[in-house]
Design a protein around this ligand. Structure first.
Ligand SMILES: *Cc1c(COP(=O)(O)O)cnc(C)c1O
Length: 450
């Protein structure tokens, strides 16, 4: 089943025929396999893609999607817009405008109206986590948890393809105000030098791996200076192993990229590629296997994380097989997330109870080495909250919750209880159990929000 490919055996011609071609909503008609759909189905995609970002590349189309199984195919669901992603009234409004060939400006206005209702900035990302340097805000950065700084390099704020359920979707719709980004390697390094409590830098996006190696170098080389010795770990959040593994194998600057990772490792950094995998199918092609080996040969560690998403991976067997595949490839399962309360959540969300069952049923099937995945975890305003269980105390059914990460480090590992609610899909749906008025952190968190 699992075919091992030696680095030296890899035949580059195998994938060189796949050019890096991307399609956005204006090129939907150019995607050949979509011709098998009805006109109505193609129109539905166009309606949704005029509101939510759409981008897919040729590798995903040719190598990952099983076109004999659409629309159910999980990779099709992962990348192609589906009618259910919009509320019926919003869908109708956009469909009506497109049908009568409304002006571009009107379509834009309708799109923006609908987007506003989709909670474009979940968990106070934009207001609450922006760090300050010399009295000035640093817009391309977030510093929420004491030991980790997030950096959004401006050249890395797109992806090779977009995930339909993306929680950062608002960045990709051309609204400059919604975009976090910085090309200020200098202020990043100065901020880090002043914050000795920071052990981890997390480069994220978008996808930083869309950047040319020369740009990445600008951000990463400076981390090897002695005044940044306290920054022990460099994490890079990426979906490139799914969407463009060629980045590490056949791209013109692939070898240079691997050399950069190797240099960081040699200089004592822990380099972690935080790979986003939703389904084991993303790890099956020869080229992704080759990319994984090449990254690992630099000394970098690949860790894997993903949300549970309806229509894509809301099935414990999919998760168990995914974690087993990862462990087999030397990848460390890290987080299982709860799908965030934004964008097309109406189509993708899974009740917390079901998400917890999926976690439990999946963990039960795998060995201890695959049980390194923590979760299910909600990245909410106060912190990362894990669902630890559902149980009854004195006749009251509750969710048992725990902070994995907290805006206040004192909250970490504290257990708390929320009233059981079979329909809850997100942290904000929960209320305290046992008749309490608030959670233990509520007052402190409210004070932080100012
Ligand atoms: C998840 C997350 C981190 C990293 O947390 P770890 O528990 O160290 O993985 C950092 N910042 C933000 C905003 C996060 O959501």
């Amino acid at each position: 089943m699992t075919q091992l490919i030696k680095t030296t055996d890899f035949d580059k011609t195998l994938t060189q025929h796949i050019k890096f071609t991307v399609y956005t909503e204006r090129q939907l008609d150019k995607i050949a396999p979509l011709q098998q759909l009805t006109d109505e189905q193609r129109f539905e995609m166009r309606v949704v893609a005029n509101v939510l970002p759409f981008r897919v590349n040729q590798y995903v189309i040719d190598e990952l999607i099983d076109w004999n199984n659409i629309p159910q195919d999980p990779i099709f669901q992962l990348t192609f817009p589906q009618r259910g992603m919009l509320a019926p009234e919003d869908y109708e409004r956009m469909a009506e405008a497109l049908k009568r060939d409304a002006e571009r400006s009107e379509i834009q206005a309708i799109a923006n109206d609908i987007r506003e209702k989709l909670n474009p900035h979940p968990a106070g990302q934009q207001e609450m986590n922006v760090p300050m340097l010399d009295g000035e805000p640093l817009p391309g950065m977030q510093h929420k948890y004491r030991e980790t700084v997030l950096f959004f390099p401006s050249q890395g704020q797109v992806c090779h393809s977009y995930c339909t359920f993306c929680f950062r979707w608002a960045q990709f719709i051309g609204d400059k105000e919604l975009k976090f980004a910085s090309n200020e390697a200098g202020s990043l390094h100065r901020y880090l030098a002043k914050h000795k409590e920071v052990t981890d830098l997390l480069i994220t996006g978008g996808d930083p791996m869309v950047m040319k190696t020369s740009h990445l170098k600008g951000y990463l080389d400076g981390l090897m200076r002695p005044e940044l010795d306290h920054v022990q770990t460099v994490r890079i959040g990426t979906k490139s192993l799914t969407f463009w593994p060629q980045r590490y194998v056949t791209d013109p600057d692939a070898d240079e990229l691997l050399a950069l990772l190797r240099r960081l490792v040699k200089n004592g950094k822990h380099v972690a590629l935080m790979a986003h995998f939703n389904h084991w199918r993303e790890m099956e092609t020869p080229i992704v296997r080759e990319a994984i080996k090449r990254i690992q040969a630099t000394g970098a560690i690949i860790r894997a994380q993903a949300p549970v998403v309806q229509h894509i991976n809301d099935d414990p067997d999919v998760w168990a097989r995914m974690w087993r595949t990862q462990v087999g490839l030397g990848i460390v399962p890290y987080y299982m997330f709860v799908e965030r309360d934004t964008g097309a959540k109406r189509y993708f969300e899974v009740p917390l109870e079901r998400t917890f069952q999926i976690y439990r049923e999946a963990i039960k099937q795998v060995s201890g080495l695959a049980r390194t995945a923590r979760g299910p975890s909600m990245s909410a305003g106060p912190g990362k909250v894990e669902i630890q269980g559902i149980d009854e105390f004195n006749g009251e059914k509750v969710f048992i919750l725990r902070f994995i990460q907290g805006r206040n480090p004192d909250w970490i590992q504290r257990i708390f209880f929320a009233k059981y609610d079979p329909d809850a899909t997100w942290f904000d749906d929960l209320v305290p159990a046992f008749g309490e008025e608030k959670f233990f952190f509520t007052d402190e968190y409210n004070a932080m929000q100012g």
